[in-house]
Design a protein around this ligand. Structure first.
Ligand SMILES: NC(=O)c1ccc[n+]([C@@H]2O[C@H](COP(=O)([O-])OP(=O)(O)OC[C@H]3O[C@@H](n4cnc5c(N)ncnc54)[C@H](O)[C@@H]3O)[C@@H](O)[C@H]2O)c1
Length: 316
């Protein structure tokens, strides 16, 4: 049986599938040639990430397809309900990248509190001529330990982020309209573990109490954070968005930074991808990454193995 991994798959997935007798095709077929390619090769499983789209016309035109798999979380690029109505299985790997995203949040937080994002911009330019000025500019760092992290959206990634925060010595407060509390188990390298129960509180209280706020909500119709929410926050709070572009109002964010309400922000996702607003890119108080939350070797390996496991469980 042929598995076409059109947007690639980690070696762990290839190995597991080949060991189970599948042929894994790693060709990247152009979107407009995909239907013909699937039919000519009698592809049974189409694996995609975010690049390839799987719409109704493809589902209708490709009778050999049995499974559509998405490496990662969001399935906006697949007509999931339609595929299921037509008897196809649609699978994804929602938990595989949670810890990677959580670590990226902390990379931004640790970086921001010591101005690394800005220092790394200015040291190459002025590190030899204005060393003392830069030293002074970045002298007022703070520690994360002892501060409060507010988590908006307490699902997989929100909880993974909370666990790191607890390990760092932060207090964690969380808001999630669909969750009253969560039991977090912190596992240590030597087999010890610690359990924390976190009861969620109101969004308003999270905004008021937090020194740092991180967003882990799904895509929404409305902004989760806009002017009203920034006003509720502590003065000089910091905010991180590694969830989805469009959950923070970017215009309100730049205003809140410019008027001093918000000290710093970190963005991995943007309202306009792949061309984020220049006002965000040029802002010295914003730590930036180009949507790389899930992009670690470990997450990709887990995605590959989990997809292979699910395919083998369904098709045998
Ligand atoms: N940066 C990246 O590369 C990257 C990678 C993977 C996932 N993500 C994004 O991270 C987000 C979270 O993913 P997850 O796996 O933790 O999802 P999840 O479904 O496990 O958790 C989301 C949580 O948000 C809660 N929620 C929904 N609406 C809310 C609201 N208005 N306010 C507060 N909470 C709300 C839900 O009840 C749920 O518990 C998603 O938007 C996902 O697309 C980003």
């Amino acid at each position: 049986m042929i598995v076409l991994a059109n947007d690639g798959i980690a070696q762990s997935g290839v190995t597991a599938l080949e060991n189970a007798g599948y042929k894994v095709d790693l060709t990247t077929v152009a979107q407009d040639q995909l239907i013909d390619y699937i039919n000519e090769n009698k592809v049974a499983v189409l694996l995609v990430r975010s690049a390839t789209t799987v719409r109704k016309n493809l589902i209708d035109a490709c009778p050999s397809l049995k499974i559509i798999g998405r490496g990662g979380v969001g399935m906006d690029n697949i007509d999931v309900e339609y595929a299921r109505e037509k008897g196809l299985k649609v699978i994804n790997t929602p938990a595989a990248s949670s810890h990677s995203v959580a670590e990226l949040v902390f990379a931004h937080l640790f970086g921001m509190v010591r101005f690394l994002h800005d220092s790394n911009r200015n040291m190459p330019l002025e590190g030899d001529s204005k060393f003392k000025d830069l030293k002074k500019a970045y002298a007022k760092g703070v520690e994360l330990k002892g501060k409060t992290l507010g988590v908006l959206g307490f699902g997989r990634i929100g909880q993974a982020t909370a666990k790191i925060a607890l390990g760092v010595g932060m207090k964690v407060v969380a808001f999630d309209p669909f969750l009253e509390s969560a039991d977090l188990e912190l596992d240590f390298y030597d087999g010890q573990s610690l359990n924390f129960k976190i009861d969620t509180i109101s969004k308003e209280e999270v905004l008021k109490q937090s020194d740092f706020i991180t967003l882990h909500v799904p895509a929404q119709d409305e902004y989760v954070i806009s002017t009203k929410e920034f006003e509720l926050m502590k003065d000089k709070a910091c905010i991180v968005n590694a969830a989805r572009g469009g959950v923070i109002d970017e215009i309100a964010l730049v205003e809140a930074i410019d008027n001093g309400k918000i000290a710093q922000a970190a963005l991995d996702v943007f309202e306009k991808e792949p061309m984020p607003e220049i006002q965000l890119l040029m802002n010295p108080n914003i730590s930036l990454t180009p949507h790389i939350g899930a992009a670690t070797n470990e997450a990709q390996e887990r995605i590959g193995s989990e997809l292979a496991e699910q395919i083998i469980a369904i098709l045998g």
